[in-house]
Design a protein around this ligand. Sequence first.
Ligand code: ATP
Ligand code: MG
Length: 776
Amino acid sequence: MQKYIDQLNEAQREPVLQKDGPMIIIAGAGSGKTRVLTIRIAYLMSQGIDAFSILSLTFTNKAAREMKKRISDIVGSNEAKNLWMGTFHSVFARILRSEADKLGYPSNFTIYDSQDSVRAISGIIKEMQLDRDVYKPKQVLGRISSYKNSLITVKAYFNNPELQEQDAMSKKPRLGEIYQNYVDRCFKAGAMDFDDLLLKTNELLTRFPEVLAKYQNRFRYILVDEYQDTNHSQYLIVRALSDKFQNICVVGDDAQSIYAFRGANINNILNFQKDYDGVKTFRLEQNYRSTKNIVEAANTIIDKNKTKLDKVVWTANDFGPKIKVHRSLTDAEEGRFVASTIFEQKMQHQMMNGQFAILYRTNAQSRAMEDALRKRDIPYRIYGGLSFYQRKEIKDVLCYLRLVLNPKDEEALVRVINYPHRGIGDTTVEKLTVAANHYKRSIFEVMKNIDKIDLKLNSGTKQKLQDFVMMIESFQVINENQDAFYITDHVAKKTGLVQELKKDATPEGMAKIQNIEELLNGIKDFTEGQREIDGARGALSEFMEDVALATDLDKDTSDEDRVALMTIHLAKGLEFPHVFVVGMEEDLFPSAMSMSTRSELEEERRLFYVALTRAEHQAYLTYSQSRYRWGKLTDSEPSRFIEEIDGQYLEYLTPVENNYRYKPMIDSDIFGDVDKSKLRLAKPVAGTPPSYVTNNEPKPDLNIRKLKPVSSNPSSGAANLFDNKLVAGNIVMHERFGKGEVLNLEGVGADKKAEIKFEVGGIKKLLLRFAKLDVI
Ligand code: ATP
Ligand code: MG
């Protein structure tokens, strides 16, 4: 143990050796926060703390596995086995399973993924005969999700006239009813969605003091990584569990808080000192990950944010190469640059594919990169996007397996009851659904009792329903004694799924069969792995738990050497020798959707900070002068974030021509801050970094070219009001800020702004070309 402690620097050692009490470690990227957590856990164990009483919450399950492995190396795998480690969702799903009966749930409850939830909501909207264009299922789900994460239950919703009014004003007066129906439907199906895992845990801990006491006594030491991205629901769980012993250690970096859009609350980190008595605060300042150039450039970026804690980050590492900036004409060319650079680096320096990462703001950007990598025969792996387990053929198999474990699971049942085709039509399913709602039973139970209920079905249909029930029940019998591999193989064959896919001899069809084989291989690995660990059977229920809670990063099971492609959000906590941040363009990064307020822009800037600080040795920033967006070729300009980096850290690979134009710094324009908004880039000389000159001149006409309305995205639904007749006194609805009154208008064209007094949140100035407003 001592050896590992000696490897830490002094600032890192202190929080490791501080055994008890509440503590917070606030430190910049790459300063060893995660490492400190890991060593701290090993140290606690070496001090005689039982692994069983340590709870550690991480951002991905993969991070948890890696930590556990490191701890096993230090204290031995037998000791580390009992550590509770994982994401909030996986840890609390486990606790909910053992306490489910208290909440009226079966212990084998299903966990709905977002696809299931959207399907359920769509079904409800249809049953309620509402307009799908107004009640967009994904949007409705987003709303319900934010209620759940703020612990606003259906009951709380109906007790809160303000919320109801807000939904009514955004033309969704029946949102509460949908919420109610969705909750009922999940409950009846014995299912929880992702947000429920946190909401129900909170319910469990508040409604049942004895349960709270049990887990408080059990988890004497609690550690949380990436604390800056916890939401309110997660915060309350941690608070409740740590309340008795107060041995709580959280680590985080306010500069890396990037999930506000999903309800993460940066105040959780800022207020930690107030929440506990005698909090010890530790700061780590030395970055071990990156070169001086990267660390210092990252510092200059985050300095632009106003809302931040003061922090120092420095490194003893070499200066390293400068950050390389590359401009291309099209996104295809950008892809070619990235692919050929990787190719050359591999050749020249014998590097592995896995040492490169390509990071982007939105998933859609991966396509150009993929094309270019394929042409160069460079293997890559995309994280995120449609994950393996959500592919249709895989999800079909999984839904059968879900039914084996929980036949009440309505989404699974509706999905596979007539796939492969077995003559059970939509009308029959509708009748079953109506009956199930009427009797307050699951569809499966209705099917089991089909002889006793008069649904006006002919005897052939009844027989088919009974056959289906018998098939699922026969699987259940087999599942009692067999492992996950056996039952999956059996289900894939006996349901006719494999035969169905074999009918399709196209390459796509064959790929689907291969995917099912890959699923079976994965399950085989799982069952064998379980046997090795503790001689367990490798039961289906355990496998399904893994699948339901796997985050995108967790599915990286293969050891193949591949370039990593992912969104910046997913890259949090990771590191790579070479990192490409692509699509460094205005309206893309920062995103056009996140520029209307300073706080949104600051979140984008933090995201850029996260992206850059993933790089150990070399960072590349690339941008294209045009790009297909929403089906149209659009001109683009370099991201302001490139300009925000001090020029001494940058090397321009392509001559910088006159493609920097004045562009209003929206945050500063709106808030009247004096910073670079009052500056503009001097016409750069080819081959040299741009420099700033003050600008009090009128803006060049070129600016007009930027008038492209953001809401040309037909799916965004954003009102493009900059040429509408908005007048002072109008009452408007903003997607995020709610209801407000227009006080004043200023500027013209693309610069037109409205000063709006929102009922919640006060007065804000919004640039109309970005603001998502509806006049009501
Ligand atoms: P992030 O904010 O990105 O999550 P972090 O603060 O969690 O970063 P770590 O991932 O723990 O940082 O550490 C960054 C890198 O520095 C890792 O490769 C880690 O092994 C290394 N490192 C941390 N501390 C030391 C040290 N004292 N000596 C040598 N290497 C170290
Ligand atoms: Mg970390």
